[in-house]
Write a protein that binds this ligand. Structure first.
Ligand SMILES: [Zn+2]
Length: 339
């Protein structure tokens, strides 16, 4: 894969006890060190004129000033330092690069993966939250819609937390389909099945709140079932993955029980959806707080594009998960074959 990476993103340092640390990117790079075919690209930062496609101008100015004044705690979770503003612009820039590179036709072993930070999917149009200041994947989606021959973008968010910011930004729009698979009841508490969009966005938001304890088999079923069925009908030109790695069983802050191999399987299935819909495919880093987990899982996403075949899971679906998938199918009028 090609990884969009900038040293500038390391300078955003929320402090020694904060889980969203610069060591996350160092761990990812360490995990990729001896892998075949890894390329790094440093894309340009984006300026406010691009970010304001999805964020209020006044909000962006207040973040810039907050950082220029030395930063501090924006809220109890979300911390900035002086360097954060530059990191934010680079992080969004790498995400835009991922979308553009995918749309330029880079796929297979050249598939782009933006590894910027701070992450983005909790940031709403006029506020930072959950370690996120600017919604990188939303900026990239909007930028692609405005500057390229793109009518429909799909975003699939497999971070263990609900991508509330991305949902909020596109909730009443039909040109971005947003699907989030996350742990039910975890921060920030949104992402219920009934949240399906409104106005011209009705039906273009899909939430799959999985019960704590869910493992590979059921997560995969969510992607192969409701997400694949909906995306094949939606027929996106661009598919962006909000790729967090905190649903792993060894991640310190969640109770979803994915294995490392699950990330190869999710990658494989989403690549299949992109192929079938003829959509360009790019990845954008969100959360993931176990450093060893990040190193192993991102490397496995890479290896999946480098020709490694994923190992299929065994075991049965849990009744709770089947019930949830049926609820999602009903909320979206989808015919699913769940036998
Ligand atoms: Zn997360």
């Amino acid at each position: 894969m090609q990884f969009g990476y900038s040293e500038t993103c390391l300078a955003h340092d929320p402090g020694a006890r904060h889980p969203e640390s610069p060591d996350r990117l160092r761990a990812i790079r360490e995990g990729l060190k001896r892998k075949h075919g890894v390329q790094y690209v440093e894309a340009d930062p984006v300026d406010v004129d691009v970010i304001d496609g999805v964020h209020d101008r006044d909000y962006l100015e207040s973040v810039r000033e907050f950082c220029a004044d030395g930063g501090g705690n924006w809220d109890p979770d979300t911390t900035a330092v002086e360097e954060t503003w530059d990191a934010v612009r680079y992080s969004a820039g790498q995400a835009c690069w991922a979308a553009e590179t995918a749309l330029d036709g880079d796929d297979g072993r050249e598939t782009p993966f933006s590894i910027g930070r701070p992450p983005g999917h909790h940031a709403v149009s006029d506020d930072a939250m959950g370690f996120c200041f600017v919604n990188n994947v939303a900026v990239a989606a909007q930028h692609a819609l405005e500057t390229r021959d793109v009518d429909r973008v799909a975003i699939v968010d497999w971070d263990v937390h609900h991508g509330n910011g991305t949902q909020d930004i596109f909730y009443d729009r039909g040109d971005v389909f947003f699907a989030s698979i996350h742990e039910q009841g975890l921060y920030p508490g949104t992402g219920a099945v009934e949240e399906t969009g409104e106005g011209s966005g009705e039906g273009a938001t899909m939430n799959l709140p999985m019960p704590a304890g869910t493992d590979d088999r059921d997560y995969l079923e969510a992607v192969e079932g409701p997400i694949a069925t909906a995306l094949e009908a939606y027929d996106p030109d661009l598919l962006l993955i909000s790729a967090g790695f905190d649903a792993h069983r060894h991640d310190p802050i969640s109770r979803i029980r994915l294995s490392t191999e699950a990330y190869a399987l999710l990658t494989d299935r989403l690549r299949g959806i992109a192929d079938r819909t003829d959509a360009a495919l790019g990845f954008v880093l969100e959360g993931g707080y176990g450093l060893d987990v990040l190193a192993d899982t991102v490397a496995l996403v890479h290896e999946t594009f480098d020709g490694r075949e994923p190992i299929e899971p065994d075991g049965d679906r849990s009744p709770d998960a089947v019930e949830l998938l049926e609820e999602v199918a009903a909320a979206h009028d989808l015919e699913l074959d769940l036998d």
